[in-house]
Design a protein around this ligand. Structure first.
Ligand SMILES: CC(C)(COP(=O)(O)OP(=O)(O)OC[C@H]1O[C@@H](n2cnc3c(N)ncnc32)[C@H](O)[C@@H]1OP(=O)(O)O)[C@@H](O)C(=O)NCCC(=O)NCCS
Length: 159
């Protein structure tokens, strides 16, 4: 029997939040996802509204078994929190989620898409390489919180 029967990808809606949290909670390497305080119910709902149709869930029946959040600032596309549940990995669903998210971003007018990957996420890096993303080893990322006063004498937490 076809192992992918019963699986389908559809755009996320805010009501998926509970299942999204459950999927993330089951990740064996949670740090790889880069979750932050912004990933609360309100934050995700606002993100999905602002980027309607770009973030995708992989469903097996009524169960969420994969997800990717995708958004755009109108110029570049950004991909966050890609996960395929461990028991569903290695069947091409991660690739399909990204291909569909990139297609949706392209349709929205975006010409280039970035994915931020923790340097120590070696399996994740192999994945992005396998699906044709180019490693930008000439770049590093600088970040700063907007909600707290800058404290230049103390480095921000990395994640
Ligand atoms: C990364 C992840 C989404 C991949 O999902 P997946 O459904 O297993 O990936 P696919 O089956 O679509 O694989 C696509 C390609 O990536 C390669 N790949 C995937 N996982 C790999 C791994 N652990 N090691 C080496 N290559 C890997 C596959 O071999 C495949 O290449 P091929 O088509 O040339 O054979 C999944 O492992 C995951 O959820 N990891 C934990 C969370 C994470 O790290 N997310 C990424 C954050 S940046």
């Amino acid at each position: 029997m076809d192992p992918d029967r019963g699986y389908r990808i559809r755009a996320h809606v805010p009501g998926d939040y509970g299942q999204l949290r459950a999927l993330w909670a089951g990740e064996t390497l949670p740090a790889a996802l880069g979750l932050s305080a912004a990933d609360n119910r309100e934050g995700i709902a606002a993100f999905l509204q602002r980027n309607a149709g770009l973030s995708l869930g992989l469903w097996c029946g009524e169960e969420l078994v994969g997800s990717v959040l995708a958004g755009s600032d109108g110029r570049r596309g950004y991909i966050y929190h890609l996960e395929v549940r461990p028991d569903v990995r290695g069947r091409g669903w991660g690739r399909r989620l990204i291909e569909q998210a990139v297609a949706a971003l392209a349709a929205s007018g975006v010409q280039k898409v970035h994915a931020f990957v923790y340097a120590d996420n070696h399996p994740g890096r192999l994945f992005w390489q396998s699906i044709g993303f180019l490693l930008r080893d000439e770049l590093v990322v600088y970040s700063r919180e907007t909600t707290e006063q800058a404290r230049f004498d103390k480095p921000l937490s990395a994640r």
